[in-house]
Design a protein around this ligand. Structure first.
Ligand code: AGP
Length: 612
């Protein structure tokens, strides 16, 4: 979950490293550090706190000597609390070898014991420091950094995106990958490595995605890649498709608000080139080689985490209603360990914005190991889940920087709707029915624009409820998972306790929580559960609960009951979550801002959970 970057070339390395770290700070932000090699000497500067704090420390201190090779790290602690010593880079006994790492070294204690017996001295409580000493130990007999790193990583179990520097070999960077993302940026007379393309895009669009079990040596003019088993390999050079502007705030105070306001466009991008308007059908090229398998699968199993898991729940409703395919939805973290019964005809669908979430990646590998076909629905192009899937669909939401997922969620739902139409049309849905769905899908971006055109009512309501300690979110049918998502958004950025529930579940317990201090958000569009949710609102009002209702334009009845109304344009039931979730994203955002929370980098969280 950390951000790592490395640079070698003719330019001054430090500014490139600092800029790269700032762009990746959403990955982890409890401490930061850099390492440079200048005049054959390794220079380390690191400390607890944000990249900006490190930058100020560097500016206040002795100017650092010019260097054309270096690496940097922004941390999300897993082993060893965030402090100056546990910050990366970590070094060997003689300050000649330095490493930065993203991931978890699982057998670090066993390795540490061996190295302690060989006289190594450790200063931190991290797992990563072991790697620097392990390389140091091997370098004694194998004085070649590329080789020493390869041999060292053969002894390591766990996950890593690793960058290594050595003052012995000041003209190269060595990197290794297992499980955590690592991208090589191929430049003219310079090369750059990072955990995220955000730190590379400014320098080059030519990238190589390092695979698991691969080690690479980067010099200013060359990149050599080998497997851990010493087999030299040649990799495809890919082109980055997004641009720098997309990862800037575009005049908004926070990335989250910018990304909420990008949803009309991001939904359009998810639909682009995929609607067959004449035939009332859709085309998803990434599934061409597996669509038969999906169509005839005895069941689809979705596995995901967090917001992506909520999207999977809505996908289940869509696919079972329209394509009549049995769907099961699994928490990836449970699925990977519970020895699921999978048959070779089963199809497992992994949903992940980052494409790097460790639990979801492991669920993919578990399913593959059991012979199932695996499909990925991802946002990050070239991510591990995308590359390891048998087929898949990119959601094309563009870079999502805000830790709280927003536009990726509505684009995931859009792609699930496309998948539903694709399979339903293959399983007997008529052209007319298909035309109706395709036509309505095309209208969604405009309806989203209408919601985003005036958010004053939501800002006002947020002001009214910013001091609340608890929230309940209620929904039915397609909007039950939206209630879960609304509650998650509020929890993760405002730190207010919130729960989402199927509205009918209230009577089975949660209704006991209702009084004038409990705000209840009810999602009540004109769908087939409308009358039912209306009576749930009456139950809440009967206990003096304060109701914020998400309704459709033209709503007449609920206005008599609810304390506050937020209306969105009506649409077909299966598409209503794409519209009803947006006011919930905004409500969470404005409440968090009113409470002074750091919306883009909420405490204890990070954008891509690459450790389990
Ligand atoms: C959502 O706002 C959170 N950032 C988190 O729950 C996220 O959805 C989860 O970690 C899954 O991430 P993924 O979609 O990248 O796999």
């Amino acid at each position: 979950m950390c951000g790592i970057v490395g640079y070698i070339g003719k330019k001054s390395a430090l500014p490139i490293l600092m800029e790269g770290l700032k762009r990746m700070e959403y990955r982890g932000y409890d401490s930061a550090g850099i390492a440079l090699i200048s005049n054959g000497k390794l220079i380390i500067r690191k400390q607890k706190g944000k990249v900006a704090d490190l930058e100020n420390k560097l500016l206040d201190g002795e100017p650092l000597p010019e260097a054309h090779i270096g690496m940097g790290h922004t941390r999300w602690a897993t082993h060893g609390e965030p402090n100056d010593i546990n910050a990366h880079p970590h070094i060997d006994c003689r300050n000649e070898i330095a490493v930065v790492h993203n991931g978890i070294i699982e057998n670090y204690l066993a390795l540490k014991t061996k190295l302690l017996q060989r006289g190594h001295h450790f200063v931190s409580t991290t797992d990563t420091e072991i790697v620097a000493h392990l390389i140091e130990e091997i370098y004694k007999s194998t004085p070649n950094l590329f080789e020493a790193v390869r041999l060292a990583m053969k002894q390591v179990t766990g996950t890593y995106g690793l960058v290594v520097l050595s003052s012995h070999e000041p003209d190269k960077i060595v990197v290794a990958r297992m499980g955590s993302p690592l991208i090589l940026g191929i430049g003219e007379g310079e090369n750059i490595v990072a955990a995220d393309a955000a730190a590379i895009i400014e320098h080059t669009r030519q990238v190589v995605y390092l695979g698991d079990g691969e080690v690479a040596e980067l010099t200013a003019d060359n990149v050599t890649i080998k497997t851990l088993n010493d087999v030299k390999i040649t990799k495809v050079v890919d082109e980055l498709t997004f641009d720098l502007e997309q990862i800037e705030k575009g005049g908004f105070p926070h990335f989250m608000l910018k990304e909420i306001h990008e949803q009309s466009e991001s939904i359009e991008n998810a639909l682009r080139g995929r609607l067959l308007e004449e035939e009332g059908n859709v085309r998803l090229g990434g599934l061409d080689n597996v669509v038969e398998k999906i169509e005839h699968a005895p069941r689809l199993i979705f596995a995901a985490c967090g917001t992506s898991w909520h999207a999977a729940l809505i996908g289940e409703y869509m696919l079972e209603q329209y394509a009549q395919i049995p769907v099961e939805v699994e928490y990836a973290s449970e699925f990977r360990y519970r020895n699921p019964i999978l048959k070779k005809d089963d199809v497992v669908v992994l949903i992940s914005q980052s494409g790097e979430t460790a639990d979801t990646l492991a669920a993919l590998r578990e399913a593959k190991a059991k012979g199932a076909t695996v499909i990925g629905i991802c946002n990050v192009v070239g991510s591990s889940i995308a590359r390891e899937s048998d087929g898949g669909v990119y959601i094309h939401a563009g870079p999502e920087i805000g830790v709280a997922s927003t536009k990726a969620f509505t684009s995931q739902l859009t792609v699930l709707a496309l998948l539903t139409i694709l399979l339903a049309r293959r399983k007997g849905m008529t052209r007319e029915q298909g035309l109706e769905l395709v036509h309505e899908l095309k209208l969604l971006p405009e309806k989203v624009k209408a919601i985003l055109s005036d958010t004053k009512q939501i800002e006002y309501i947020a002001g009214e409820f910013k001091e609340m300690k608890n929230f309940l979110y209620l929904g039915r049918g397609y909007n039950f998972p939206v209630a879960l998502e609304g509650a998650l958004k509020l929890k993760e950025i405002s730190y207010i306790h919130a729960e989402g529930y199927p509205a009918a579940e209230m009577k089975h317990g949660p209704i006991a929580l209702i009084d004038e201090k409990m705000p209840v958000v009810c999602i009540a569009p004109f769908d087939r559960t409308y009358d039912k949710i209306m009576s749930n609102i009456q139950e809440v009002k009967a206990r003096r609960g304060r109701v914020i209702a998400i309704v459709n334009d033209g709503e007449k009845n609920i206005g008599q009951l609810a304390d506050y109304l937020i209306s969105v344009p009506p649409t077909l039931d299966l598409f209503s979550p794409i519209l009803s979730v947006i006011p919930l994203q905004l409500l969470a955002y404005y409440i968090a801002v009113a409470r002074g929370a750091n919306v883009d980098q909420p405490r204890n969280l990070a954008k891509s959970v690459t450790v389990e």
